[in-house]
Write a protein that binds this ligand. Structure first.
Ligand code: GLP
Length: 263
């Protein structure tokens, strides 16, 4: 695991965009796993800038989003479809049929639909680079506490904390109670993971994920089992980590010996 401590949200966003754009330039056919949430907005903003100003070409990139609320149409302003469209897809040149986001409007045959999403990931050749945020309770995607660490794409019931956090965006409107999310097992099979966290309210989840035991109570802790994971955290989100000098030492050595891991 590589833990990169940055000053603030802007730095986290720029560093993530640098690593994603490096992956796209090295392999124009790269398969990206994409995430939503406020933390990702700065990453997409920077990728759009690189596309416009530095010819970053997404024409052959294939994307799979992690999750979507169940029970709302893509056009709903709070859907992850809308967020992706607004902040990323409408500004770059990813072909429409290379974009995959779980469909929140399905009303039956959930298992078959979710298995189809897994199959589409396999047919594409698997995910090369998976972008992740983290929920206040340590969830990744919508893999809420006590999700199986071997889980696959499926319907997941949202926890009280997640409903409370999402309600800020939904306001007084009715709030979805479930989501479709790729599983922890799916995420562990991706070739490389980049997890971003900013702000003091993520500090506890980050400390438990990186330094706590691997546990279904904090599903991001399963990333300790992943072979290539980088955590990009700002000062506030990293404030409860106890091994910071060691992470800085590892980072310095990585920059010297394997700079490609940060580009
Ligand atoms: C939702 C998403 C997660 C995301 C989390 C954090 O729960 N399903 O994938 O990591 O929100 O969002 P934010 O960046 O807004 O804190």
């Amino acid at each position: 695991m590589l833990v990169v401590l940055q000053r603030n949200q802007d730095e986290v966003g720029r560093q993530a965009a640098r690593m994603i754009s490096g992956a796209v330039r090295r392999n124009p056919f790269v398969r990206l796993g994409l995430a939503t949430g406020a933390t990702m907005v700065g990453v997409y903003r920077e990728l759009v800038r690189l596309h416009r100003e530095e010819h970053l070409d997404f024409a052959r990139v294939v994307t799979f989003n992690l999750d979507e609320y169940l029970g709302i149409p893509p056009s709903h302003p709070q859907s992850f479809h809308s967020l992706m469209q607004q902040h990323f897809f409408s500004h770059v040149n990813i072909p429409r049929n290379s974009i995959h986001i779980p469909d929140g409007t399905i009303t039956r045959d959930y298992d078959a639909y979710c298995e189809g999403y897994e199959q589409a990931i396999r047919d594409a050749g698997g995910i090369d680079l998976q972008l992740l945020g983290i929920g206040r309770n340590g969830h990744i995607g919508f893999n809420e506490p006590m999700s199986s660490l071997g889980s696959r794409t499926r319907i997941k019931e949202l926890s009280a904390e997640t409903i409370e956090d999402s309600r800020k965006a939904f306001g007084p409107q009715e709030m979805p109670q479930c989501a479709i999310t790729v599983g922890i097992g799916t995420i562990l099979e991706t070739r490389r993971v980049l997890l971003l966290a900013t702000g003091a309210f993520k500090a506890d989840a980050i400390a438990k994920s990186i330094e706590g035991p691997v546990s279904a109570s904090v599903t991001a802790s399963a990333l300790q089992l992943h072979r290539d994971v980088t955590f990009l955290v700002d000062e506030e989100a990293g404030s409860l980590l106890t091994q910071k000098p060691y992470y800085e030492h590892v980072l310095k050595m990585t920059q010297a010996l394997m700079p490609e891991r940060l580009s």
